[in-house]
Design a protein around this ligand. Structure first.
Ligand SMILES: CC(=O)SCCNC(=O)CCNC(=O)[C@H](O)C(C)(C)COP(=O)(O)OP(=O)(O)OC[C@H]1O[C@@H](n2cnc3c(N)ncnc32)[C@H](O)[C@@H]1OP(=O)(O)O
Ligand SMILES: O=C([O-])CC(=O)C(=O)O
Length: 444
């Protein structure tokens, strides 16, 4: 496979760099840590390494050094489509090189041969209560497939070797990336389309086949491609990527690591926010404006009511970004071209004007601007995926591209088991110079 040959070459170059850094410069300091960082979710601590993507707080994500518009322009496009091959994004993330059409098509063919979902996974999904959340089903489906792991087999047969461990990891990553769209579409059609299934079609690329299995006409194939490419990676500290890295660092295979990552993505402060945005807009449209597009004033009141009830405004704010998310802008551009008159898109656009000044006025929100989740659901809704519970599954299909590329590289570079040090509150107080509490004072 062209991908594997190119990757092998990159790995050998990168190993030299990492070995030199560790051997000759291992003691160089790159950060200092404060109490507020330790208590506050390790925000900003430079403690992980990845070359797959990098997030600048002002600019947003770059995939292997390329901005979103560059990726969209440079990756080979699917014939007859507006968007690039999703497979090309995986090629880029894994190797750092923009693939040729031939390289992407070879990878697409390879993935097609790995799509089949084991029957027992379908049985497990069917045995679950139909009202289980789609992310519960998605996560369960992934962990159930762990018995297929080629890495686990290689390890269990005693073949583990730091030089070759990336190869069975790559095998597992290819298998899982190929199967996730099938798993996602199966869950969708089982849960929301009365058990009517559409088989995978071998002549379609990953994004095109996903649209086919979902049963949604063009341009949903391009919507799927755009969605998966944009959600592929967001450097390594976000909850889903970090979880996969952590779990994988124990030499757990791709299935264990990615199902754990999906459990994190299912949290409302992370990936689930895209479902929350649509749910919240639906509530607004039902209760405040009788199904019509609300006025700016109604919108302001609704946002203020959300905040005063102690909830966050979903789709706004970010742990690292300090500007509007370029993934929001890329999807907004698509929406302006394809669904400009959609009433929900009008609300989404009005929120872009109304929410930031309100959040800024609170004086505590570090980023009042929208993130990716504020814009993705409306596009899905427009093309008929109105079951917003499902949106995080879409995110999970896309996120596999970056997270699994990282897991392959983790093994290629022999990264260690992750094990940061925890400290006690007594220790923090001592470092802060706070006198030890006197028992008599505490009782009073
Ligand atoms: C794909 C993704 O995961 S993107 C993020 C998706 N999540 C969301 O959209 C949920 C809404 N947003 C949020 O809850 C937050 O902005 C997060 C979780 C994304 C980031 O959290 P933090 O890094 O802690 O943000 P920040 O430092 O700005 O928080 C400071 C304060 O502002 C509040 N805040 C931040 N964003 C918002 C928001 N959208 N609405 C209301 N309050 C907010 C925080 O809750 C915190 O309040 P507190 O001090 O009373 O606890
Ligand atoms: O970077 C983060 O913390 C959250 C996010 O936007 C993502 O993972 O896509």
């Amino acid at each position: 496979m062209l991908l594997k040959d190119q990757l092998a070459e990159k790995i050998s170059q990168q190993r030299t760099r990492t070995t030199k850094l560790l051997k000759e410069f291992g003691d160089v300091k790159i950060d200092e840590v404060t109490i507020s960082q330790v208590v506050g979710g390790m925000r900003g601590i430079k403690s992980m390494v990845t070359d797959i993507s990098y997030l600048d707080p002002e600019e947003g994500i770059r995939f292997r050094g390329y901005t979103i518009p560059e990726v969209m322009e440079k990756l080979p496009k699917v014939p007859g489509g507006e968007m690039p091959y999703v497979e090309g994004q995986f090629y880029l993330l894994l190797t750092g090189e923009i693939p040729t059409l031939e390289e992407v098509q070879e990878l697409a063919e390879e993935l097609k041969s790995r799509r089949a979902l084991p029957e027992y996974v379908k049985d497990i999904l069917r045995a679950m209560p139909r009202d289980a959340h789609p992310m519960t089903m998605f996560t369960a489906g992934i962990v159930a497939m762990q018995r297929e792991s080629k890495f686990a087999k290689y390890y269990n047969e005693g073949h583990f070797n730091k030089n070759t461990a990336w190869e069975p990891m790559l095998e597992d990553a290819l298998d899982l990336i190929a199967k996730l769209p099938v798993l996602g579409a199966y869950i969708y059609r089982m849960k929301y389309r009365g058990d009517t299934f559409i088989p995978s079609t071998p002549d379609l690329d990953l994004g095109g086949d996903f649209a086919n299995m979902m049963g949604i006409a063009k341009p949903y194939d391009d919507v799927a491609r755009m969605y998966f490419i944009l959600h592929a990676d967001h450097e390594s500290g976000n909850v889903s990527a970090h979880t996969a890295h952590l779990v994988g660092s124990a030499l757990s295979d791709v299935y264990y690591a990615y199902s754990a990552a999906m459990a994190g993505l299912a949290g409302p402060l992370h990936g689930l926010a895209n479902q929350e945005v649509l749910k919240w807009i639906q509530e607004l449209m039902k209760t405040q404006s009788g199904g019509q597009v609300p006025t700016q004033d109604e919108l302001k009141k609704f946002v203020e009511a959300t905040l005063s009830s102690g909830q966050v405004v979903p789709g706004y704010g970010h742990a690292v970004l300090r500007k509007t998310d370029p993934r929001y802008m890329a999807q907004r551009e698509f929406a302006l071209a394809h669904l400009k008159d959609d009433p929900i898109f009008k609300v989404v656009s009005m929120l872009f004007e109304v929410v930031p000044p309100i959040l800024s006025s609170l004086g505590k929100v570090k980023n009042p601007w929208p993130n990716v989740d504020a814009q993705s659901g409306v596009i899905q809704w427009h093309y008929g995926v109105v079951e917003y519970d499902f949106y995080t599954v879409l995110f999970g299909i896309g996120r596999s591209l970056g997270v699994l590329a990282n897991l392959v590289w983790d093994r290629a570079l022999g990264y260690s088991i992750e094990r940061p040090k925890s400290v006690t509150t007594d220790m923090l107080e001592e470092w802060a110079g706070i006198p030890k509490p006197n028992h008599a004072e505490l009782v009073r």
